[in-house]
Write a protein that binds this ligand. Structure first.
Ligand code: SAM
Length: 247
């Protein structure tokens, strides 16, 4: 049965937005549950590799509830978190304010939330040192256009970091992990919003997402260089980095 949140073509974004609008209030809790808390370690590694030093300009595309953006802002980077789901951004905003009770002094004074489309980034070319995208690229209507947009807004010498589910080459591991995504994870959707499809969507979208070699090819075609991937759990989770060389 087709997943109603996965619709190829022009309607893709609309359904993805509906999905995340719906799960936003419980998204963080379910991330902890379904990954047994491990997403925090993987995100920590993204933040480490971003080398988000004070003053560094970072864009976190598909920022959701803001884990990566908040982590990098805490290190003093000037961070923009962009997402098209207002309810996800609302949670992100609340989280950043929760740490800023009086609003007068903040670790996050250089953190901005922007509602916008990853396929049409509302920024001039070449202004970010680092662009990160956690569990976001897989959701875009066009991976190619998303990667090109990320490159457009990155300065020459700047980097892109992509965190997402992978496709392990070990067949046994892949069968086990896909079974977990097919049989167990949809229950989280039921818990979050009474809708198993909302989390069954992960596996459906992963089927349409490239494997490591495919992603490297797409990155090279979009003009990214020095592409590297590190994996965890035999490739279940991957972090891919790439550099925009001088144009
Ligand atoms: C799985 S969540 C990831 C959130 C966060 N990066 C994290 O790692 O927890 C995917 C996010 O991508 C956003 N998204 C999907 N397509 C988008 C697009 N075309 N433009 C902007 N945001 C998009 C969704 O609204 C959602 O918040």
């Amino acid at each position: 049965m087709p997943n109603r949140y996965y619709t190829p073509g022009a309607d893709r974004a609309r359904h993805v937005e509906i999905l995340f609008n719906q799960v936003a209030p419980r998204y963080d809790r379910l991330n902890d549950l379904q990954s047994l808390g491990m997403h925090r370690l993987w995100k920590r590694e993204v933040i480490r590799q971003a080398v988000a030093f004070p003053g560094c300009r970072v864009l976190d595309v598909c920022c959701g509830t803001g884990d990566l953006a908040l982590g990098m802002a805490r290190l003093g980077a000037r961070v923009v978190g962009l997402d098209f789901s207002a309810p996800m951004l609302h949670v992100a905003q609340r989280r950043s304010q929760a740490t800023l009770p009086d609003g007068s002094h903040s670790d996050f004074h250089q953190l901005t939330w922007v509602r916008g489309d990853a396929l049409r980034l509302p920024f001039v070319a070449g202004i970010f040192d680092v662009v990160t995208i956690g569990y976001g690229l897989r959701n875009l209507g066009s991976f190619e256009d998303g990667l090109k947009e990320c490159r457009r807004v990155t300065r020459p010498g700047g980097r892109l970091l992509i965190l997402d589910f992978g496709k392990p080459s070990n067949r046994l591991l892949r069968v086990g992990y896909f079974s977990y995504l097919r049989l167990v994870v949809p229950w989280f959707g039921r818990l979050a919003c009474g809708d198993a499809d909302a989390y069954a969507y992960i596996l459906e979208s992963l089927h349409h997402y490239p494997d490591r070699e495919g992603l490297h090819r797409l990155l090279n075609e979009a003009g990214w260089e020095s592409v590297r991937t590190r994996g965890w759990l035999g490739g279940v989770m991957t972090l891919t980095s790439a550099t925009r060389m001088a144009s």
